[in-house]
Design a protein around this ligand. Sequence first.
Ligand code: ADP
Ligand code: MG
Length: 259
Amino acid sequence: MTAEAAHESGQIQAGRGEPLVVLDGVDKWYGDLHVLQDIDLTITRGEVVVVIGPSGSGKSTLCRTINRLETIQGGSITLDGQPLPAEGKALANLRAEVGMVFQSFNLFAHKTILENVTLGPIKVRKQSKDAADKRGMELLERVGIAHQAQKYPAQLSGGQQQRVAIARALAMDPKVMLFDEPTSALDPEMIKEVLDVMVDLAERGMTMVVVTHEMGFARTAAHRVVFMADGAIAEENTPEEFFTNPRTERAQDFLGKIL
Ligand code: ADP
Ligand code: MG
């Protein structure tokens, strides 16, 4: 079945909510490089979209445009029906609604694990320290790090730090979570503990955009796989269809190299 037919039959959209993140004809340039080319992508509430594709195809740029770390030159992006604000307080609020987890965990080295998680809620969401601490501990519990709350990032393994980064993003109560290769900097034995947290999040109904080449995660948790090549969406389909029956030569070629 083609992606279009799957869409029409309701196979891909079945059980999903309304549109949450909508990219409509998005174009982005870095100088002469047309890094995002006419991207149309609708992510519905509760949907888990895995983005894969060769290095340099624009996956990170796509994530960075969704939380407005990058500006776009054409098209539009809306979050929950609202256009992304350009600057100021509105932009800070938007960032709070879009959680982002990077390959490098980017924790604050001089703050404790709990302080890393509560900083945003206290500063941006104006929560009281008590309320932020309580919620922070719940989230650290959820990602299995509660007993390390008073330690500093350098005292934790990479997998543990990445789970803290996820808890930190969740503490802002985001509407959508973006993950940009969250496990690619981790030692192999730590990948599963991070993916398990992500699968749990998906099962709880979080809307997620996940750039990853972890096929196991895509097959377990993704509703849809989006394959990017040269700044464009070359193909999209359910994980089952995409991995067993890629339609484009680019996707066949790519899967041949990584599987
Ligand atoms: P991916 O995440 O799929 O590897 P990226 O989105 O990081 O791809 O990069 C897409 C293309 O844009 C690459 O050719 C990269 O070199 C280029 N690029 C990324 N960031 C910048 C930047 N800040 N300035 C100029 N070119 C960039
Ligand atoms: Mg990237």
